[in-house]
Design a protein around this ligand. Sequence first.
Ligand code: HBI
Ligand code: FE
Length: 297
Amino acid sequence: MSTDGKSAAPSSAPSPEAPDDWIIDQAWADYTAEDHAVWNTLYERQAELLPARACTPFLKGLDALDLHRGGIPEFARINDELKALTGWQVVAVPGLVPDEVFFHLLANRRFPAGRFIRRPDQLDYLQEPDVFHDVFGHVPMLTDPTFADYMAAYGRGGERAMALGRLKNLARLYWYTVEFGLIEEQGRLRLLGAGIVSSLSESIFALEDPSPNRLGFDLERIMRTPYRIDDFQQVYFVTPSLQALLDATLADFSGLYERLAGACDIALDVILPTDKVFRRGTQAYALRRAHDGACTD
Ligand code: HBI
Ligand code: FE
């Protein structure tokens, strides 16, 4: 990660009670021509793929925030529009922030976005979320009022899940919706998750590859499903609508968490009799990767 030397980064780790201390200045004027060129390359690749694949609220959000105009956007400019639409704000952070800080920010409608951008030799993979993943991938959905409420509810839910020791389960909900979710629109599958729409290869894989299972959204089922952070997903969940997602999340999870405490995880390639199957995958990709070994490119 690259923070600029001039930002107000604290010298020691901020306390969890002071999430504002994790916020840095975007220092937009300090981005180099190469930084903007990386954004433009990534942007143009996705702009070609997404009109036929991303969900309507995402595409509308890209337009509403005028992300087409080129270069890494200045958060202050995006925030004027975003604030008017849903009350959300983008704030710059150095990289991953602690869970409690992350949830506190979301609950208060502030989305932490990495300030840095990947290098030109890292276009397709990096470990920490950068400004392209965070702003291109996540922020367009925050222009949708229903999704905006869902993300804030998730932040509040995160605080509760941590207190109850069930963060592992709640994080799976985020993973399989906000990051790697699919959504059904007029009978067709579309991309919802930021991890997908910010990735060239996964934008194609998630919809078109015969390998992964594509199953209906089911809150408890998702909370019992682990995920992979190092490769394409073996299973994607299909949300029927943003409203259904919000409704499922507004419920009190305490009974659910009690059941989950006694339940086992579901293997990634398994389809349960109760699953709604949109497409049964061959798992050919996952099997090939397991066979080749994890270290091959
Ligand atoms: N920090 N900046 C940033 N972005 C994230 O997506 C993020 C984070 N900290 C914690 C976190 N995500 C997850 O561990 C939670 O969703 C559980
Ligand atoms: Fe993300």
